[in-house]
Design a protein around this ligand. Structure first.
Ligand code: RRO
Length: 315
């Protein structure tokens, strides 16, 4: 039995990692992921400069998952760059890969960060995930919902970034949007992977006793994660897996046990990110889900991920 996999020519001990944003903002959090049994990790989406983010409370557990409107709090590009270049190699005892998430507030900002990151990626030290789907910065619509804007971002980043990279996508809910988003991604050979999905933007969770919202920013509206979003996440993974045959898919959304991880891989995911459940359970979630996935594979007679990767059956 092996859960090992290769992705963009890089070896991973297993397919699990954090979802960008969860447990990856500070040095201590990143190092605890580096030393966990995850197969890889990703840094918090960053902007060029430090950002405080939205007022608290801005994350809450909810009955079937979570709601957040963090507002892109981060320590700034240079902090994550220095972490990946200098700190990570010294704490990375299991030699796992690190992904680097960027989320500029403009095309120019994202392009400039991508350009600065490129030398580190060229040395094989990081893999870029370009966030096209932050739902929580007031006045900044999700780039992935505007196909022309997404095209402009990919064109600009591709022109300054010489390595393969990936994109973090918002969830789509219509076949016309799966088709048009995939057509944009397929224009760019350098887009080597597609991460589906970011949180389902601008949901509202209400506490019935207090008759209040759970979070303060944006009158309580925020990105929904956890079990609420599993069917949407699986649909997006499979929709992009079938429409982008030259690209890899990273699945994200609703993974709370080995079963949902299995479903993501069956639907086409090569790697699997864990967000809400990691936030709630801590890094021990990786040991538990690895063991649950192994047990499930054993029961089904599978010995490698490729035995069932992308092999979803339809009726
Ligand atoms: O920081 C956030 O509010 C945030 C981001 Br950048 C994102 O991409 N997805 C999300 O649910 N929250």
């Amino acid at each position: 039995m092996s859960l090992a996999t290769t992705f963009l020519g890089v070896n991973f001990a297993n397919p699990f990692m954090n979802a960008a944003g969860v447990m990856c903002q500070t040095e201590n959090e990143l190092t605890s992921l580096a030393q966990s049994s995850s197969g890889s990790l990703i840094t918090k989406s960053c902007t060029s400069a430090f950002r405080e983010g939205n007022p608290e409370p801005r994350y809450s557990k909810a009955p079937l998952g979570s709601i957040n409107s963090m507002g892109l709090p981060n320590l700034g590009f240079d902090f994550y760059f220095n972490y990946a270049k200098n700190t990570f190699p010294s704490v990375n005892v299991s030699n796992k890969p690190i992904f680097f998430s960027i989320s500029g507030l403009s095309l120019e900002e994202s392009t400039s960060m991508a350009q600065s990151l490129c030398p580190l990626a060229t040395e094989g030290q990081v893999i870029l995930e370009l966030n096209l789907s932050c739902p929580n910065v007031p006045g900044k619509p999700q780039i992935g919902y505007d196909m022309e804007d997404m095209d402009r971002y990919l064109n600009a980043v591709s022109s300054v970034y010489s390595m393969p990279f990936g994109v973090k996508m918002p969830p789509y809910f219509d076949f016309a949007h799966f088709d048009s988003a995939a057509a944009v991604l397929n224009k760019y050979d350098k887009v080597a992977f597609v991460t589906c999905i970011n949180s389902v933007g601008n949901g509202l969770v209400i506490d019935i006793d207090s008759e209040q919202t759970l979070i303060r920013p944006k009158a309580g509206f925020g990105g929904i994660g956890g079990s609420y979003v599993l069917p949407t996440a699986l649909a997006n993974v499979n929709a992009f897996y079938t429409r982008c045959p030259g690209k890899k898919i990273i699945g994200c959304g609703g993974v709370t046990s080995g079963s949902e991880a299995f479903m993501h891989i069956l639907a086409g995911a090569s790697l699997v990110q864990i967000g809400t459940q990691l936030q709630e359970e801590g890094v021990g979630v990786f040991d538990r889900i690895l063991s649950e996935l192994r047990t499930l594979m054993e029961k089904k007679g599978y010995t490698t991920l490729s035995d069932f990767h992308g092999k979803l059956k339809t009726l």
